[in-house]
Design a protein around this ligand. Sequence first.
Ligand SMILES: C[S@@+](CC[C@H](N)C(=O)[O-])C[C@H]1O[C@@H](n2cnc3c(N)ncnc32)[C@H](O)[C@@H]1O
Length: 351
Amino acid sequence: MPQEQSDLNENIGFSLERLPNELQEQFRSLYIVEDSNEQHYLVENNIYQGDARAKLQSIRANSISLSFWSPPYFVGKKYEEYLDFEKWKLLLSKVISLHFRILKPGGFLVINIADILVFKDEKMPRIQADLIHRKRVKITRDDVLKVMAENPNLKRHEIAKILGCSEQTVDRRLHGNNIRGGKNNAQTRIQLTGGLIEKWCNEADFYMYDRRTWVKDPAWENSKWHSSSYRSVDEFEYLYFLWKPGVLRFDRSRLSKREWREWGSRGVWHIPSVRVNDDHEAKFPEELPKRIIRLLTDPGETVLDCFMGSGTTAVAAIKEKRKFIGVELNAKYVELSKKKINNVQVEFPYE
Ligand SMILES: C[S@@+](CC[C@H](N)C(=O)[O-])C[C@H]1O[C@@H](n2cnc3c(N)ncnc32)[C@H](O)[C@@H]1O
């Protein structure tokens, strides 16, 4: 048997020859990949400064068991000032597509992202809410129309007298010139992220495997619109599981019975947000990468986070005895994450 064939059999854990020819071909195309002649592959247990789009090209093919990250959300944070909406979409779709080569067959890319994006749209009709509770005179257009219908011959000042308001109020209610802000401000538009992620997942040849909901603390400060519209406060995000076809090792012993019951098999995870974002604007809680890592990998496997931020995924990986590779654009955050991993009090056994 050729060496390549026996390596592949060892890799997948059974003899490929037992399968129909067509299936054997599928396996070969996923497991046997021509790697680039890259001389400087990224090395495990390091954090690299640079753009994810460049650095992912220097990762060995089929070497990453799990990639877990939370990208810029396009919500106006300082670290995403270089992106407009089009560039943001190009960044995410490119990063997702670059993952296909580097993930092990059967491995996962898990993306944590808010369920909606909110941004100003200059093209949206500039008609804004009629904020009834803020009107000094609580008379509606319907009230005026009702009095007019009951008294068809009355003049405007007489209608105002019946309603107990000024003639100007009657005029405003009839001609709608009390609609607030519509003339000057662009409207706020909502874009669902799920559809975009699903599209980029399919374009990159991944399969959408699952999605879970992370219920966090309600972000009242970031959701000022809740008091002037029917929109809800921002209080949950999604976790999208993208699967690269290949042998999926399903190991029930990765979690205890209690863990399977409490979160392993559950679609909704209640985990408090990081309360103090003093060293990074948008950290996720360590419990999030910890659960994803424990669910989808074994000790010794490699976990990637190419939007590393403050290093939370690397810290969780070390504590769970996995290897990690981190990529982060901002030099300040590279330093921060290196400091965090140096402070983890666990001896790393896989160097
Ligand atoms: C939502 S934050 C990640 C926070 C991280 N999960 C944590 O817990 O600290 C996104 C990070 O992506 C970084 N970033 C933005 N554009 C990037 C790019 N093109 N390549 C790599 N990192 C980028 C930002 O500097 C920011 O730190």
